[in-house]
Ligand binder design. Structure first.
Ligand code: ZN
Ligand code: ZN
Ligand code: ZN
Ligand code: ZN
Length: 332
C-alpha cells in the first residue's frame, strides 16, 4: 500500500476545527476580493497588487546585508496602521529559477496568512511559544491552500514530483507538506496518464496523432500536469452524427447524407482539410469538441464554422464559471 500520510509531519490535528473553518472563510473572501482565479500564483506579483489596490494597507520592504536566516517577515505597525512584509534580498532570487528559490513563494503566502488571519494585531511578545507555534501552522495551512488548491492539486497528473512542484511554483518541500496534510502522499506514486501539455486535454483516441483540442502534436507531448475536460462540444450520437444541427438547431432527424435538410450544414465533425481531398486532406470524423483533426492536425469543420470556441477561451470560461458557482471555494 502506498504511504498516504506521515503522521510525524501531519499538522492539521493541532489546529482547532473552528480555526480551520476560519482559515477557509478568510481565504475564500481573500480570493474573491482580489479576483484570484488562475494558478499557479506568483506571490511577489500578488503582494504588489495588494499594495497598489490599497484595501489592505501594505508596504513591501527589502532588507539587504542582513545575516538572518529568514526569507521574509511580516509585522503590523500600529501607529501608521500598516502591514509590512520585508523580503530578505540575500535569500531571494527572483524570478524563481529552482525549487529552492520557489520557497519564497510559500514564505510570502505564509506571511500573507498572518495578515489575513489577523495574527499580527497582537504583538509577538504577548504570545507564548505554543500560541506562536499554532499561528505558524495556520499561516502554513493558509499558504498551502492559497498556492495549491485541493481541487486542482488532486486532479493533477503526477508525471514527476519536481514537475508538479514547478507547476504550482512551490518548492518540493511545500508540495510534500501540502499532500501530507491532505493525506494524499499516495499521489506521488500514482499512475501517470496521457495529458496534452499545452491544453490539458485527456481525451484522445488511441490512434490520435494530434490533440483534438489544441492541435498540438502528441508525440512526446503527453506529460501535461493540469487536466482539463472540454465538455463544450457539439453533442454527437453513437454514429458520430450531431444530435441536432449545430447551426440551425433542427433535430427532426430528416437528414440525408449527414447534411441538415433545413440549412445544409454538415452534421459530422469532418477534418476540414478532408473536405478538399484534392488538397491532400484526410478523411476522418472527429469528436464533437474537436477543434483540430486528430489525424492530421488541421482545423475541423465545426471549428472552421465557428461552432466551437478557441480552446483558450473555453478554458478560462470554465474556470470563471467554477469560481462563480463557488465550486472552487470548497476546494481548498
Ligand atoms: Zn510565521
Ligand atoms: Zn492539447
Ligand atoms: Zn441546420
Ligand atoms: Zn485530418
Amino acid at each position: 500500500m502506498p504511504l498516504i500520510c506521515s503522521m510525524d509531519h501531519y499538522t492539521l490535528d493541532q489546529i482547532p476545527h473552528y480555526r480551520r473553518q476560519f482559515i477557509d472563510a478568510r481565504l475564500s473572501k481573500f480570493l474573491r476580493d482580489f479576483s484570484i482565479k488562475k494558478w499557479p500564483l506568483d506571490c511577489v506579483d500578488l503582494i504588489k497588487n495588494i499594495r497598489d489596490d490599497k484595501r489592505i494597507p501594505l508596504q513591501i520592504g527589502v532588507a539587504a546585508n542582513v545575516r538572518d536566516k529568514f526569507d521574509a517577515v511580516s509585522r503590523y505597525v500600529e501607529e501608521e496602521n500598516v502591514y509590512q512584509i520585508i523580503l530578505n534580498r540575500n535569500k531571494v532570487r527572483y524570478p524563481f529559477q529552482n525549487s529552492r528559490d520557489r520557497r519564497l513563494n510559500f514564505t510570502i503566502g505564509h506571511e500573507l496568512g498572518h495578515i489575513i488571519l489577523d495574527h499580527l494585531y497582537i504583538p509577538d511578545t504577548l504570545k507564548n511559544d505554543e500560541e506562536r507555534h499554532i499561528e505558524d501552522l495556520e499561516a502554513n495551512e493558509f499558504a498551502g491552500k492559497l498556492l495549491m488548491p485541493k481541487k486542482i492539486l488532486l486532479s493533477c497528473n503526477f508525471v514527476s514530483f519536481p514537475a508538479v512542484a514547478e507547476y504550482f511554483n512551490v518548492s518540493t518541500t511545500a508540495l510534500w507538506m501540502r499532500l501530507n496534510n491532505l493525506q494524499r502522499l499516495d499521489l506521488l506514486s500514482s499512475r501517470k496518464s496521457k495529458v496534452c501539455n499545452v491544453c490539458g486535454n485527456t481525451q484522445m483516441h488511441y490512434v490520435a496523432k494530434f490533440c483534438c483540442i489544441c492541435g498540438n502534436k502528441l508525440e512526446n507531448n503527453l506529460n501535461g500536469i493540469e487536466r482539463t475536460h472540454y465538455f463544450d462540444g457539439v453533442k454527437l450520437d453513437r454514429y458520430q452524427e450531431a444530435c441536432e444541427c449545430p447551426y440551425c438547431g433542427d433535430s427532426s432527424g430528416y437528414w440525408f447524407n449527414g447534411v441538415c435538410s433545413k440549412c445544409n450544414t454538415m452534421l459530422y465533425n469532418y477534418c476540414h482539410k478532408g473536405l478538399y481531398v484534392d488538397k491532400g486532406g484526410c478523411i476522418y470524423e472527429n469528436p464533437g469538441n474537436a477543434r483540430f483533426c486528430e489525424m492530421c492536425g488541421s482545423p475541423t469543420y465545426f471549428f472552421s464554422m465557428g461552432f466551437l470556441k478557441p480552446w483558450e477561451e473555453a478554458r478560462s470560461l470554465m474556470l470563471a464559471n467554477a469560481v462563480a458557482e463557488g465550486s472552487m471555494e470548497y476546494s481548498f
